[in-house]
Design a protein around this ligand. Structure first.
Ligand SMILES: NC(=O)C1=CN([C@@H]2O[C@H](COP(=O)(O)OP(=O)(O)OC[C@H]3O[C@@H](n4cnc5c(N)ncnc54)[C@H](OP(=O)(O)O)[C@@H]3O)[C@@H](O)[C@H]2O)C=CC1
Ligand SMILES: CC(C)=CCC[C@@H](C)[C@H]1CC[C@H]2C3=C(CC[C@]12C)[C@@]1(C)CCC(=O)C[C@@H]1CC3
Length: 351
């Protein structure tokens, strides 16, 4: 039976490279669904995939992970289209308005933390977040909460007796405990919403394993390394794309010191692809699976223990469940007037 694979943020960068790799390995055996916010970009991605794999099954789905209504609507559509979902890649992500601290960067160059700085971006990046029309912090909503709601909505097709399904989060080496605060899970107060959202995804993955493993659903976290994509190009907006290309020899040199400079989306997708081939029961819920590229350009995947604990992961899970109830209540409130006219029809969000 074909494996059904859904990838969020699949129209570019690491998500698109993963789709290409999945089809290259098994064109006929995979039913791909690209979940994207922009259908024009999604169409372009589909055409590119079909150009190299003309017989592949590639479907498109409109979903904006920052919008509660869009996520609920997309989940309904997925449940109508598929009666099983084998892999759900939670890959869509943003880092809006990044500010690159040039002074900290030059200080870092002459400190003992130079390798860590290049591997994680620690200490040199901050962001200014925005509020979504739903009233949530945009980075939290896009990178974490929209995905959480999607998983909860897709529970019936993810959890099946007698078979397993996998959730695979694209996290980051930039995920730090210090950026995350249980009292401010949306990161309203700080300047590192990206790091906070990625650390929250590490915690949430652990909690999902605690709550869903017995139903055959497993969650893992990967880090793609540092990859040149739209997300990273925006970090230095005044830096045109060709200057990034000119920096490539320096980046290849840095690879001698840190194998986290995977640089291409293909290399960055290594761990995502590797997890596709693993038995989920054999994976470590406390590990982050890193895509790594050696100085000689060999790709491999390596697990590294995450700086997370069960207690914090459970506390975050509880808070997310509370937010979920709030959102469901709001949606029901909005539906109330129209219920008058459609009294006997169960609404898409009635679960
Ligand atoms: N590049 C890197 O070095 C690293 C990246 N990552 C993570 O990898 C993931 C993929 O990013 P990457 O490939 O680098 O960057 P890209 O910007 O190329 O890809 C991000 C994808 O997410 C989509 N997306 C963004 N916001 C939303 C939204 N609200 N709803 C639906 N889709 C959305 C984008 O769509 P659109 O094209 O419409 O913007 C795009 O398809 C992200 O989670 C990122 O945090 C982690 C570590 C390092
Ligand atoms: C020579 C020169 C101008 C170097 C600039 C390098 C920095 C812009 C990068 C060094 C490490 C990079 C990095 C990221 C962004 C760009 C760097 C800071 C990320 C934070 C991007 C998003 C992630 O999820 C993790 C990345 C870690 C490394």
């Amino acid at each position: 039976m074909n494996k059904v694979v859904l990838v969020t943020g699949a129209n570019s960068g690491i998500g698109l490279a993963l789709c290409e790799r999945l089809l290259t390995q098994d064109t006929e055996g995979v039913q791909l669904c690209l979940a994207c916010r922009n259908m024009q970009r999604a169409q372009a991605a589909r055409s590119a995939l079909l150009a190299s794999h003309p017989t592949a099954q590639v479907a498109l789905l409109q979903m904006d992970t920052s919008s509660i209504t869009s996520v609920f609507k997309a989940a309904q559509e997925i449940k109508l289209r598929y009666n099983r979902l084998d892999y759900l890649y939670l890959n869509a992500g943003i880092m809006p308005n990044p500010q690159f601290d040039v002074t900290a960067f030059f200080k870092g160059l002459f400190s003992r933390k130079i390798i860590t700085m290049f591997a994680t971006g620690e200490g040199i990046l901050t962001q200014t977040d925005r509020i979504t029309p739903d009233g949530r912090q945009e980075v939290f909503a896009t990178n974490l909460f929209g995905h959480f709601l999607l998983i909860r909505e897709l529970e019936p097709i993810l959890c099946h007796a007698g078979r397993t399904s996998q959730l695979i989060w694209t996290s980051s080496s930039n995920a730090h405990r210090s950026a995350f605060n249980l009292e401010d899970i949306q990161h309203q107060k700080g300047t590192q919403p990206y790091s906070s959202s990625k650390y929250a995804s590490d915690l949430l993955s652990l909690a999902l394993n605690t709550h869903y493993n017995k139903q055959g659903l497993y969650s893992s976290v990967i880090c793609p390394g540092f990859v040149m994509t739209n997300l990273t190009y925006r970090i230095l907006p005044s830096f045109p794309a060709f200057l990034w290309t000119l920096l490539m020899p320096i980046f290849w040199l840095i690879r001698v010191f840190t194998n986290m400079f995977t640089l291409t989306p293909y290399n960055g997708a290594e761990a995502l692809f590797w997890l596709f081939q693993q038995k989920p029961e054999s994976l470590d819920p406390y590990a982050k699976y890193h895509s790594l590229t050696s100085a000689l350009s060999n790709n491999y995947t390596q697990p590294q223990k995450m700086d997370i604990d069960l207690e914090t992961s459970e506390a975050l899970y509880e808070k997310l469940l509370q937010l979920e109830s709030e959102e469901r209540r709001k949606v029901k409130e909005k539906q109330k007037p129209s219920q008058h006219f459609h009294s006997n029809r169960a609404g898409p969000l009635s679960s």
